[in-house]
Ligand binder design. Sequence first.
Ligand code: AQP
Length: 342
Amino acid sequence: MATTFAPRIFSGIQPSGGITLGNYLGALKRFVEKQDEGIETIYCMVDMHAITVWQDPETLRHQTREGAAAFIAAGIDPARSILFNQSQVAAHAQLAWIFNCVARMGWMSRMTQWKDKTAGKNAEAASLGLFAYPALMAADIMAYHATMVPVGEDQKQHLELTRDIAIKFNNDYGVEYFPVVEPLIEGVATRVMSLRDGTKKMSKSDPSDQSRINLTDDADTIAGKIRKAKTDAAPLPDTAGALRDRPEARNLVSIYAALAGHTVDQVIADFAGAQFGSFKPALADLAVAKLSPITTEMNRLMKDPAEIDRILGHGADRAEAISRPIVDRVYDITGMIRSRRG
Ligand code: AQP
């Protein structure tokens, strides 16, 4: 009989920069919705992923706390969801090593994120960690036997790899130990694009701060970035289909829809024929109305970093209690002797 796994959600965000509107709409906002649906939810600041590219230690610490503050300010309740930073729970690194030995070099070298992050650069100089990143991500998920992972569109391929690693592990060892995970890629903003280039993903690490809205931006900064966002000269069309070849316009309309909780069709019905001169201020007002309360709460939480560390530590204890026995069993399955435990 096939093993059944209880529904459990795991997801994370890298503290490799400030949290962007893309991270918020593609991930964080949906993390809150999943928590509020009553499913068991485990959320993580994945600091070990962040150091696959260089991070200044003090900045990393600050961004990890700031990311945690963003989770809480956006509605994650640390009493209901488990909220912690990855490096505090050893199971992630331990299982990642096992998965490094299950995953194949060919699988990893086909990952588009690896190719994108090394494109035009000397791949030989990239860290081994950046190459192995998806195996650590698989370990993050499987250390909890998580069955569902809410992510943005850009993480779809890594989720498929997680499935491949889990299936290969199960086949190699003749067990039904790891679940086959489902990516949850839902909503109208699964891929928020750069404000400067509608063909590029909005990203924390984009060299241009004008390309993104950060959750730490104040109202004037948000309005300024939206005012200067790249667009074309035509007014908004009267059908969503007509946005297909207008990436910048489509991006702004999708952001509006996601923030308002509307469909793209509803936004088009409201703004058909409008020039960007009137649509952009409406979008800026909406973005400020939705994001300012989060920014204000983040700023308040960041005044007490010790309290954030306490919350992360408590979350790590709860995460450890779930992942420890799961990874211990992996050691048994793979033939590692653990005689110290009695
Ligand atoms: N532009 C985006 N639109 C929708 N979802 C997005 N996500 C990221 N960018 C967008 C989703 O946010 C979650 C956390 O992402 P991450 O921190 O693990 O790393 P990332 O996907 O590589 O995000 P960034 O902002 O581009 O970081 P850097 O610049 O450091 O690489 C994921 O669920 C992701 O899908």
